[in-house]
Design a protein. Structure first.
Length: 94
């Protein structure tokens, strides 16, 4: 991967972080389990899925295994999501 591609991917990750932070900022506590209709994932489940996808990308980039921890709270999942974003960005910087 060349430097331009790395820069662009890091920009995508930063945009994902910014948009996610914006969506979660000042959200009420019950937002994590909001379900507009039956069968639709909650914000907690969506964030967990995004974390899993990014974990897989990071594992592929670093050639490591990617355990999928089970977070109990939405706050823990948010921390995991942003930690994975940062780690993947750092990996692309190298």
């Amino acid at each position: 991967m060349n430097e331009t591609e790395r820069h662009l991917l890091r920009h995508f990750l930063a945009t994902l972080a910014y948009r996610t932070q914006k969506a979660l900022r000042d959200a009420p506590e019950e937002f994590a389990e909001f379900t507009p209709v039956a069968g639709v994932r909650t914000p907690h489940h969506l964030l967990s899925h995004m974390s899993d996808v990014l974990s897989f990308a990071r594992a592929r980039a670093e050639d490591i295994s990617y355990p999928l921890p089970n977070t109990d709270t939405f706050e823990e999942e948010q921390a995991r999501f942003f930690s994975i974003l940062e780690s993947l960005s750092d990996c692309l910087e190298r």
